[in-house]
Design a protein around this ligand. Structure first.
Ligand code: C2E
Ligand code: MG
Ligand code: MG
Ligand code: MG
Length: 288
């Protein structure tokens, strides 16, 4: 087995070179066929209310089940897709699957409205047809009580801020919620970001690592500032009860992370929502 080398030095005839570079080319070719071959799916990570622990919605995370490699992490294949423009098809597929899922849950669980939040890369936003694509998806899979949400990272947003603000305003007008993902990993201030029509701010999970003594104060100030700008706060990367208690005390609205376990397949996610549907009113009615 060829050893893996970091960096980007070009050293032909070395097995490592052939391995690394050929892999990307092969992966890209495989990715081209992945959708039609049914290898792309979404898993759903619960996003819970910080005060009650109830499930409010899910983040949809894309998975590629490669016939030989098994599960390829999105950190690998999304990058390949963005470089090769495949991201347009992949991203549209994710939105379509999420909207279909929402419609299914809305029919099955009309009294338990949830949102599904789909990651969108800047490469998708800048495509001329993005707004129409979303409008088409919503027309095919209309939602009444459940909500489609899209999330965009701060770094992604800043690649084309003027154009992105216009696209986001149009998408929001369609009834889609907007979340700013991985807040704190870029260098933009919250006041600058308030020019964008976001509903939700997601604090990056790197803040959950207990690195410095100033961390808690920083977290608290992000929560307060977000609230002052009328943004709902989701804290990412919440792994244990200490994190949960801390964030609940700070007033974070929602939590997401391994505290609820690994992301779920659609059936498990639906079962989770079904379990917390409140029993239909009336004392005479036995709760299931
Ligand atoms: P993200 O949007 O910030 O998604 C959260 C990532 O953090 C997920 O990794 C999730 O599994 C992981 N995570 C969640 N809770 C915890 C925790 O408590 N501790 C730790 N250590 N990790 C946690 P995943 O699924 O590998 O996704 C990585 C990234 O890939 C995502 O980051 C997102 O930027 C991108 N991605 C995933 N699906 C899609 C997609 O459909 N479209 C696009 N454009 N990007 C996607
Ligand atoms: Mg995300
Ligand atoms: Mg994130
Ligand atoms: Mg993150």
């Amino acid at each position: 087995q060829a050893k893996r080398f970091g960096g980007d030095r070009v050293e032909p005839f070395r097995p490592a070179f052939r391995d690394g570079s050929a892999n990307v080319v092969q992966m890209e070719a495989d990715l081209h066929r992945a959708i039609e071959r049914g290898q792309i799916s979404l898993v759903y990570q619960p996003i819970i209310r910080a005060d009650t622990g109830d499930v409010a919605g899910f983040e949809a995370l894309m998975r590629w089940n490669h016939p030989r490699r098994g599960d390829v992490p999105p950190s690998e294949f999304i990058t390949i897709a963005e470089r090769s423009d495949l991201i347009g098809d992949l991203g549209a597929h994710a939105l379509e699957m999420a909207a279909m899922q929402l419609m299914e849950w809305e029919t099955a669980l009309p009294d338990a409205p949830v949102f599904v939040s789909v990651n969108v890369s800047s490469h998708q936003l800048v495509r001329r047809d993005f707004t129409n694509q979303v409008a088409g998806i919503l027309a095919r899979h209309p939602q009444r009580t459940h909500t489609l949400r899209i999330e965009i990272t701060e770094t992604s947003l800043m690649q084309n801020p003027e154009q992105n603000v216009r696209v986001l305003e149009r998408v929001k007008a369609l009834g889609v919620d907007l979340a700013l993902d991985d807040f704190g990993t870029g260098y933009s201030s919250l006041s600058y970001l308030s020019r964008f029509p976001f509903d939700v701010l997601k604090i990056d999970r790197s803040f959950m690592q207990p690195v410095s003594t100033g961390r808690d104060a920083l977290l608290k100030s992000i929560v307060d500032m977000a609230h002052a700008l009328s943004l709902t706060v989701v804290a990412e990367g919440v792994e244990d009860e200490d994190d949960r208690a801390l964030l609940a005390e700070m007033g974070a609205d929602y939590l997401q992370g391994f505290i609820t376990g690994q992301p779920l397949d659609p059936e498990a996610a639906a079962a989770l929502v079904a379990r917390q549907v409140p029993a239909v009113s009336g004392n005479d009615q036995a709760a299931e």
